[in-house]
Design a protein around this ligand. Structure first.
Ligand code: FAD
Ligand code: SF4
Ligand code: SF4
Length: 479
């Protein structure tokens, strides 16, 4: 091992090739290429095989990173894939879109002076190679069980739970109000970060493994929660968060002021080949327009970069804090800058201008004041610092809140927090309704795909325990 590993002293960190900014701004393909076999082996061999691997400690899935790096360095890729897949339903997706700089790679101990191991790119390489070689198998159980589980929501949390329950032998049905599987992985995240085939091929595998999908089926409308509870031995609510936060300034309801997810969903649908009237009519198409995006998170970065690809005349991002305080991934900010997006840091909108349709944004400069109770510096407007930016499309990317779930499901007994997220017992992952569990963004608030997978995996373990315990109690009662 010693010879093959610990190569960080000899080999420099290399990321997979990144396409030129001009080339990538003119298509919708992913920005980063896949490693070549020798690159993946070399980069994996930089790992020093830590006794306490901080990369794994800071991976929400506790991935066994040192083991799959070693196997990759040795060219044992099928085994590397098996290790990666043991803890992760979507290693190829996390390899592409996890903010590795804040998670595994950001905590790699060889960071200082030598730069971390490129863990995400290797994870993607292993799993893409597994797909090419037919090593990725449908989730089929060794033994079927008669009990069934219902899962509401086909995003990463719901799908991770579905996979785990199916592998335990349960009859699994996933319900989703959309017409495609994947949640925000299909309709939120743009294809230049995550190509859609990567999500669609997983859907096909799940179906091949016997997971049933009922799409275009909004729970609370088509089927009630009560009916679903009667149908299944356990239920999981994994419905995500979708209510866009608004900004109450004059002109907020002018035509041309739109919500980020509406804009991104339309663009993703268009890319998937759907006929989307909002795109055809031009209402949600940035081509030839001056676009201003309000916000500084990953959703805002996805909007600015989508607008670039749609052929916008200009794209400006308005964020009320500075670059160092942006919530989004620095990698995505850098990509946006390279693609020609202009950033107005420390600036917030005061009004959207126009008569009927938006024509501009009046903004004010901000400065960072004293920290609040959470330690985050407060932003305060600077008087007489107003300025105007031309805009005929304004996209609001200010974050998301949960919909009113007790009302949606007509189930007042479902407790929610003051932010509207579902309350669960964090040990059992069960809501106040016996046999009804919850996972993902609807519990955490807007988060990450990798946390959705983690929650789905944990919820599956708890649903399994619940069904087993109930079976045992019934058996005792029958004696
Ligand atoms: P979701 O993915 O939201 O899935 C919930 C599903 O439930 C949806 O399919 C929805 O249709 C369905 N549903 C809702 N209500 C009902 C109902 N009543 N009946 C039936 N079905 C219902 N994370 C990252 O890790 N990396 C990124 O780069 C990244 N980029 C992002 C970009 C954007 C634009 C956005 C919005 C989010 C991004 N995220 C990213 C966050 C990530 O996508 C989410 O944290 C994750 O998808 C949450 O998973 P989930 O399964 O809880 O919910
Ligand atoms: Fe890193 Fe995400 Fe993979 Fe974990 S799942 S190893 S955090 S890229
Ligand atoms: Fe390897 Fe870095 Fe993880 Fe240590 S922290 S095991 S060097 S990847």
């Amino acid at each position: 091992m010693a010879e093959r590993m610990l190569q960080f002293v000899r080999l420099e960190q290399r990321q997979p090739e990144k396409r030129d900014a001009d080339a990538r701004a003119s298509d919708w393909n992913e920005v980063y290429s896949k490693f070549k076999a020798t690159e993946a082996a070399d980069q994996s061999s930089r790992c020093s095989q830590c006794g306490i691997p901080f990369c794994s400690v800071h991976c929400p899935l506790d991935n066994n990173i040192p083991d799959w790096l070693k196997l990759t360095a040795e060219g044992r890729l099928e085994e590397a894939y098996e290790v990666a897949a043991a803890t992760n339903t979507f290693p190829e997706i996390c390899g592409r879109i996890c903010p590795q700089d804040r998670l595994c790679e950001g905590n790699c101990v060889i960071e200082k002076g030598f730069e971390s191991v490129t863990i995400g790119a290797v994870e993607r390489y292993i799993t893409d190679t597994a797909w090419e070689n037919g090593w990725v198998k449908p989730p089929t159980p060794l033994r079927e069980r008669p009990e069934s589980v219902g899962i509401i929501g086909a995003g990463p949390a719901g799908l991770a739970a579905a996979e785990r329950m199916r592998m335990r032998g349960y009859q699994v049905t996933v319900y989703d109000r959309y017409d495609r599987v994947g949640g925000l992985m299909i309709y939120g995240i743009p294809s230049f970060k995550l190509e859609k085939d990567v999500v669609l091929r997983r859907h096909a595998q799940f179906e091949a493994g016997g997971i049933k999908f009922r799409l275009n089926c909004a729970i609370g409308q088509e089927i009630s929660l009560t009916e679903l509870r009667a149908r299944h031995d356990a239920l999981l609510i994994a419905t995500g968060v979708y209510k866009a936060r608004n900004i109450e300034v004059p002109g907020a309801y002018l035509a041309g002021v739109v919500a980020a997810l509406e804009y991104l969903t339309t663009s993703n649908r268009q890319g998937l080949g759907d006929a989307v009237p909002e795109f055809v009519s031009g209402a949600l198409d940035a081509a030839g327009r001056d676009v201003v995006v309000i916000g500084g998170g990953d959703t805002a970065m996805d909007c600015v970069r989508t607008a670039v690809r749609q052929g916008a005349k200009s794209v400006t991002c308005l964020y009320r804090r500075d670059k160092a305080n942006m919530p989004g991934s620095m990698r995505e900010v850098k990509n946006a800058e390279e693609e020609g997006v202009r950033f107005e840091w420390l600036a917030a909108p005061e009004a959207f201008l126009g008569d009927g349709g938006v024509t501009g944004v009046r903004a004010v400069r901000m400065h960072l004041g004293l920290p609040d109770a959470t330690g985050r510096q407060q932003v305060e407007p600077i008087s007489s610092s107003g300025f105007t930016i031309k805009a005929d499309l304004v996209i609001k990317a200010l974050g998301f809140d949960p919909e009113d779930l007790p009302a949606m499901f007509d189930e007042p007994a479902l407790s929610v927090s003051r932010w509207g997220t579902l309350k669960i017992n964090h040990r059992t992952m069960m809501t106040d309704l016996p046999g009804v569990f919850a996972a993902g963004d609807i519990v955490r608030g807007a988060s990450l795909v990798v946390w959705g997978i983690r929650d789905g995996r944990d919820a599956a373990a708890e649903m399994h325990k619940f069904i087993e315990m109930r079976g045992k109690s019934l058996a005792v009662a029958a004696e």
